[in-house]
Design a protein around this ligand. Structure first.
Ligand code: 13P
Length: 260
């Protein structure tokens, strides 16, 4: 099975009109020849439309949103709907990011509702999962991750994972400068894929499982070298055009792309 490497830059709550425009223009120019891997950027929602304008004639970079509401419209002050994101040419949407689980108290059942609404309108959910330091230290990483996926499967069925993405991001690694070891990430990804395969082998074979947590141009190759790591979700390093470009170029040239 051939899975395209997927590199996404999550800009989180950073930037302004000026820096976001400059970063986008640089990336559009840098990535005009990218064809073997998939690339997306996730600016703050305020700037999706600005970024969209620069991406219009560029099919190499997709738009990703950082969040979505569970409703499509109505009296939900301050929220953004899946249809609005679609209207802005968004293709991927992050859900379940640990920063939302922690700061906004989002739980698995609520995240599964977001998953549902994205599938309903035809957007691609990126289901972020991962354990905290205490869970990591007590050796329950795999069961934590599986449980976070299980809620979606129980509510929506295994078919919902078709054309969806999972991003494994150990919470202790995010923004810390300490990435998980590629071997340990491979083990987690394999256990996730095996779990999905226990429902449906072809869904397991096709699903993209990204790693996120202090990914840099220096360490990214080791992640791509692992069989079940199909891409990276990059935070801090994606705010720097050179660093993000190096990560994308590494994906574009990686030998994995030529394996079947
Ligand atoms: P860092 O790459 O800054 O660790 O962030 C990872 C992340 O949270 C991406 O969603």
């Amino acid at each position: 099975m051939r899975r395209r490497l997927l590199v996404i830059g999550n800009w989180k709550l950073n930037g302004n009109k000026n820096t976001i425009t400059n970063l986008t223009i640089t990336l559009v120019n840098t990535f005009c020849n990218i064809s073997k891997c998939s690339v997306a950027i996730a600016p703050p929602v305020m700037y999706l439309d600005i970024v969209k304008r620069y991406l219009l004639n560029n099919t190499h970079i997709q738009l990703c949103a950082q969040n979505v509401d569970i409703h499509l419209s109505g009296a939900f002050t301050g929220e953004i709907s899946a249809e609005m994101l679609q209207d802005c040419n968004v293709r991927y949407v992050l859900i379940g990011h640990s920063e939302r689980r922690i700061h906004h108290k989002e739980n698995d059942a609520y995240i599964a509702k977001k998953f549902f609404i994205l599938k309903k309108v035809g957007l691609i959910p990126i289901l972020c999962i991962g354990e905290n330091k205490r869970e990591y230290d007590s050796g329950c990483t795999q069961s934590i991750c599986i449980n976070q996926i299980k809620t979606v499967i129980k509510l929506l069925g295994i078919e919902a994972l078709k054309n969806s993405v999972i991003a494994y991001e150990p919470i202790w690694s995010i923004g810390s400068g300490v990435s998980a070891s590629p071997e340990s990430v491979q083990m987690v990804h394999k256990s996730i894929r095996d779990y999905i395969a226990s429902y449906d082998v072809s869904v397991a074979d096709e699903i993209i499982i990204q790693y996120g947590g202090s990914v840099t141009p220096e360490n990214v190759t080791q992640f791509f070298d692992q069989k079940d790591i199909d891409g990276v979700l990059v935070g801090a390093a994606s705010l720097n055009a050179n660093s993000f470009a190096m990560i994308v170029q590494t994906a574009e040239k990686h030998k994995k792309l030529y394996l079947s």
